[in-house]
Design a protein around this ligand. Structure first.
Ligand code: PRX
Length: 653
């Protein structure tokens, strides 16, 4: 991360007078209280943001070494009652969602009442298929309203949803279906992307022969592909039109600690983990962070561009906005179709006031020039947000000046799938803005930088270390589905007594935090988190590959690109044909999101004498940063390194 001393004022027009948090003093006082008396602080927020069927026996109980965290235990509520039922009498006619298709001529909107009716129907349909509280359903759908409806229908019944992003392959889908033991898959015939049709159902067909527990498949007719469905497969529209289905399904009373959903995310080792979030704490944290971070007022239109298949979509496109009764925008398309001005055209069309996207999107549109933005009236915008990866100051400035016209604060929100919601972010009207810094912690969050050598907190500003969190917050994950031991090992064993984020970070003289990036073998490609181990195992599955090591390297648009060093079996020729097969292999094992950018043949990989791959050195080679190789004395055979450097230089010259 480039360091910068640039500071932009917190005093932007419109925020001082009306912001929910009025200035730094109020922020500090509230933050202090949230840490000193979490029970009282969070009980108050729980009353304010959610409707409970039964109150809690305790607010917080926890034991980090055992990975046990409980918020509002004994309390009862239902997510969809909070998102829908309680709004019907007051804001039933308000737009819950605008939906804009990949094709600019396709759009629709849904009021809260319409959404409520559809969710009830869908819940009735799922119930009729035998689904009940605690069952799991995997949803593999494009960005259409039915995706949100399917999630909410599950939540209404207490069925645990697990959404798999449409960019994952059949293999990844099958792994997730089996890991969570899903009884049903909800999908679509296809999805539209940049005017092309992607055959989503094909992936489901390829996955299901390996998924014996799936009993039913529900298929949305999104693209009119005219598929013939198999046994135990039904069309969404036919099922929903069944005249015998009731119009109303009682929302299942859920314990605050009952799981709401499972979402798979990559770690440094092994297969992706099924992170579990709850009904009580997660929903409260989603609701509060949505309202406060974006300073969302009731009459505003909020557009979070993330796919619902990622945590950002779960929290800031579905649960957070709906609990607050806000109007959200679901966009099916991409920033570049039909042209690179699509996002700004959509902002103007729907008069979006708060806009939340990823740095990779900013970089990809910025390179097309500011004229693409300037031709639209973006005066409705009041605040911009970013998430998913560190934002480079150049991209930040471009966003601030060209999209925000130097009058909209940018909230650079740092958080993770496991944290459920924002952990650190500037608050509008409260924090000064420093491009590239995620400023200060949200309420209830107690971050600390740990010196990896001593295990002690950093002693001075700008000392780099590992970011840990000292206390629980309501939105944190509760377990890894089916593997609580892994939950403890990953998050609570590295630095005893704390939640371990896996991110390197530091704070500056003003107590502002700066995220440096992952310290583990996780790479962040266009804001998508991928484990290098997963990509390596896809590569070594090729018959000609002996060994592979994957690292990230700086990429001008994606943030990080994927660089693979591959050793072929003896006697196999290093052909472009094999490179193509390897790319195909990764795409089919994981999905297009994990497509390698560079494959370099390696006769051997640099290893320690005990056989451990020296990844730090490979990272330097991939980045072209070969002058400072650091300590090379641990390497068993230095000639391996020289060879790789030579070939890297040759391949990029
Ligand atoms: O490395 C951090 C980076 O993304 C990781 C979390 O990825 P994921 O679980 O997929 O969630 C992404 C959306 C919340 C973090 O460990 N990251 C996320 N937001 C930021 C960030 N890095 C720097 N600045 C951010 N604002």
């Amino acid at each position: 991360m480039t360091e910068t001393t640039e500071v932009y004022s917190a005093h932007l027009p419109g925020f001082q007078e009306t912001a929910f948090i009025k200035g730094h003093e109020e922020y500090q006082a509230l933050h202090k209280r949230s840490l000193e008396d979490p029970d009282a602080f969070w009980a108050e927020q729980a009353e304010k943001y959610l409707s409970w069927q039964q109150k809690w026996e305790h607010v917080l109980e926890y034991d980090f070494p055992q990975g046990k965290i409980s918020w509002f235990g004994g309390a009862k509520l239902n997510a969809t009652y909070n998102c829908l039922d309680r709004h019907i009498d007051t804001i039933g006619e308000k737009t819950a969602y605008f939906w804009e298709g990949d094709d600019p001529n396709q759009s629709l909107s849904l009021t809260y009442k319409e959404l409520y009716q559809k969710v009830n129907k869908a819940a009735a349909a799922l119930k009729a298929k035998g689904l009940k509280k605690g069952d799991r359903v995997v949803i593999y759908m494009p960005m259409v309203p039915e995706l949100a409806i399917a999630m909410l229908a599950c939540a209404r019944l207490g069925v645990i949803h697990s959404i798999v992003f449409g960019g994952f392959s059949a293999e990844s889908l099958a792994n997730r279906i089996n890991d969570c033991g899903a009884k049903m898959v909800i999908t679509a015939d296809g999805s539209f992307r940049s005017g092309k049709t992607i055959p989503l159902k094909n992936a489901v067909d390829a996955a299901l022969p390996n998924c014996p527990e799936v009993e039913n498949v529900l298929v949305l007719d999104r693209c009119g592909l005219g598929l013939t469905l198999g046994e135990n497969e039904s069309w969404w529209h036919e099922v929903m039109a069944d005249p015998d289905l009731p119009d109303y399904v009682e929302p299942e009373p859920m314990d605050a600690e009952d799981p709401l959903f499972i979402l798979y995310t990559s770690g440094s080792t092994g297969k992706p983990k099924g992170v579990v979030h709850t009904h009580g704490g997660y929903l409260l944290y989603a609701a509060m962070t949505t309202r406060i971070t974006f300073d969302l007022k009731d009459d505003e239109v909020f557009w979070c561009t993330a796919d619902i298949g990622w945590i950002t979509g779960h929290t800031y496109l579905v649960y957070g906005p709906l609990i607050n009764g806000l109007t959200g925008l679901i966009f099916e398309g991409v920033p570049s179709y039909p042209g690179f001005d699509r996002f700004w055209q959509v902002v103007e069309k729907y008069q979006v006031s708060k806009f939340y996207t990823a740095p990779t999107v900013i970089r990809s549109v910025a390179k097309e020039g500011a004229a693409m933005v300037d031709k639209y009236d973006l005066s409705s915008l009041r605040l911009l947000g970013t998430v998913g990866e560190p934002i480079n100051p150049e991209a930040w400035r471009w966003y601030y000046e060209h999209v925000g016209k130097s009058r909209c604060p940018i909230v650079d929100t740092w958080w993770q799938t496991e944290t459920g919601g924002h952990m650190m972010t500037p608050l509008p009207g409260v924090h000064e803005l420093k491009p590239g810094s995620c400023a200060q912690p949200f309420f209830g969050v107690d971050p600390v930088i740990i010196d990896p050598d001593t295990g002690e907190p950093a002693r001075y500003p700008n000392q780099e270390g590992v970011l840990c969190i000292r206390k629980p917050w309501p939105g944190m994950a509760r377990t890894v589905f089916g593997d609580h031991k892994r939950f403890i090992e990953t998050y609570f064993s590295q630095v005893p007594g704390m939640y371990f984020t896996g991110d390197g970070a530091k704070y500056d003289e003003d107590g502002y935090f700066w995220i440096i990036g992952r310290i583990d073998d996780v790479i962040n490609v266009s804001g998508h988190r991928l484990g290098t181990a997963e990509i390596e195992s896809a590569l070594v599955a090729h018959r000609d590959v002996a060994e592979a090591a994957v690292v990230g390297f700086p990429h001008p648009v994606k943030g990080q690109g994927i660089y693979a060093f591959v050793t072929l079996n003896t006697g196999v020729g290093k052909t472009d044909e094999i490179k193509k097969e390897l790319v195909k292999m990764v795409r089919s094992e994981i999905g297009p999101v994990a497509t390698p950018d560079v494959i370099q043949w390696a006769d051997a990989l640099p290893k320690t004498r005990s056989g451990k791959i020296l990844r730090r050195m490979l990272q330097k080679i991939a980045a072209g940063d070969i002058k400072e190789m650091g300590d090379t004395t641990t390497i068993a055979d230095p000639s391996v390194l020289e060879q790789l450097i030579k070939e890297r230089v040759a391949s990029t010259a």
